[in-house]
Design a protein. Structure first.
Length: 200
């Protein structure tokens, strides 16, 4: 296995080698390591595979405040190359200050086109969390903004359902994408995910 992509100084690389089985595409861990940009894994020989069986390599590059992940699914054991996706643009979290609960938003200058799935912004305090998500078709890929809606006018809403205003929260912005829709058990299917995180 060979890893391609842009490597940022200080990022830690890690790998998972999984085996996908049954029509439900159940993921089973075979091995996981933290190592360099070229690694070898033991794989299943073709004579023991059934039609629903696939190998899957997952590569993660992580720093204190950002992650990038790329995966590749395939049946036959062979030399494979996995390419890490580009990082998300810088994310800026802001407070709307307009409600009795912690109502935050996030802006990001750009999200690379490889992330063609959902964009999600989550923030949490203790056991409480709040999430707003949208498709990339809705947000676009430039000058993106996600903001927690104002629920105060909704019948039955109470601020106790949400994180109180003024508390420091941990936040995470993530984006996902895939080369093909549908099942993970698809020959040559790649999937990517990236995130940025912090406190506010």
């Amino acid at each position: 296995m060979t890893i391609n992509g842009t490597f940022v100084g200080g990022d830690a690389l890690s790998y998972a080698f999984n085996y996908l089985t049954t029509p439900a595409c159940v993921e089973n861990r075979i091995a996981g390591v933290a190592a360099g940009t070229s690694n070898a894994f033991n794989a299943m020989p073709p004579e023991v595979q059934v039609p629903d069986d696939f190998h899957k390599i997952v590569v993660t590059s992580a720093s204190f405040s950002a992650t990038r992940t790329s995966s590749l699914a395939f049946r036959a054991a062979a030399n494979r190359t996995v390419t890490l996706p580009a990082a998300l643009g810088t994310a800026v979290v802001f407070n709307t200050g307009s409600t009795a609960y912690r109502r935050l938003g996030v802006t990001v200058v750009s999200i690379p086109a490889v992330y063609n799935g959902p964009v999600t912004f989550t923030y949490s305090y203790a056991a409480q969390s709040m999430t707003v998500a949208a498709t990339i078709a809705y947000t676009g890929t430039n000058n993106i903004q996600l903001t927690m809606p104002d629920f105060t006018a909704i019948a039955g809403w109470s601020p106790v359902f949400a994180i109180p205003a003024g508390l420091q929260v941990a936040w995470r912005l993530s984006a996902e994408g895939a080369s093909t829709p549908g099942s993970r058990c698809t020959e040559g299917r790649t999937a990517v995910q990236a995130s940025r995180s912090g406190v506010f």
